[in-house]
Design a binder for this molecule. Structure first.
Ligand code: NI
Length: 168
């Protein structure tokens, strides 16, 4: 039976489902898998996850700075240029995503109540920040799963329930 939901309930539940997908993925990654790259000069699995996490803090810094306070970047600059993931510990990433996802939801809820974010980004509606983050996460999840495959590691649907949350 369909429960009554507002459009905001639907939006934030979709965001929560995405968090469950990321969490399920991280639950099945190991430090060894996190360090794999595509052997073609591309990012490691951990770098893709650091980029996904950093996306939240970066955009919050721009559109709703008070909500990025306390969030940690999961990457760091290298002395000779370039950057690396700050850790290969999946549990640390799970914690970072929990905090950042909550901050995004709070920022969007506040912006909806306040009539928008500051500045020109997502000026049409604060909900588009959630849509952007959903698409961006999926873009990088696809790449990091391909990275595992290119490094000779199989990844089956059963290794992480990546789709089940979307079918509820
Ligand atoms: Ni990106």
């Amino acid at each position: 039976m369909m429960a009554p939901m507002t459009e905001w309930d639907v939006l934030f539940e979709a965001w929560d489902r995405n968090a469950r997908v990321n969490d399920a993925l991280l639950e099945h990654l190991t430090p060894e898998l996190m360090r794999l790259d595509d052997r073609a000069g591309g990012w490691t699995v951990a770098q893709h996850l650091a980029e996904m996490s950093g996306f939240r803090k970066d955009w919050l810094s721009e559109i709703s700075p008070s909500h990025q306070t306390g969030l940690e970047f999961m990457h760091r600059a290298l002395p000779g240029g370039g950057w690396e993931a700050a850790t290969d510990d999946p549990a640390a990433f799970r914690e970072a995503f929990r905090a950042a996802d909550a901050a995004v939801a709070a920022a969007v809820r506040d912006a909806i109540a306040a009539g928008g974010f500051r500045g020109p980004v997502y000026a049409r509606h604060p909900a588009f920040f959630v849509h952007h983050a959903l698409v961006h996460d999926a873009h990088h999840r696809g790449q990091l799963l391909m990275t595992l495959r290119l490094a000779g590691r199989r990844w089956e649907e059963a290794d992480g329930p990546m789709w089940a949350p979307w079918r509820e």
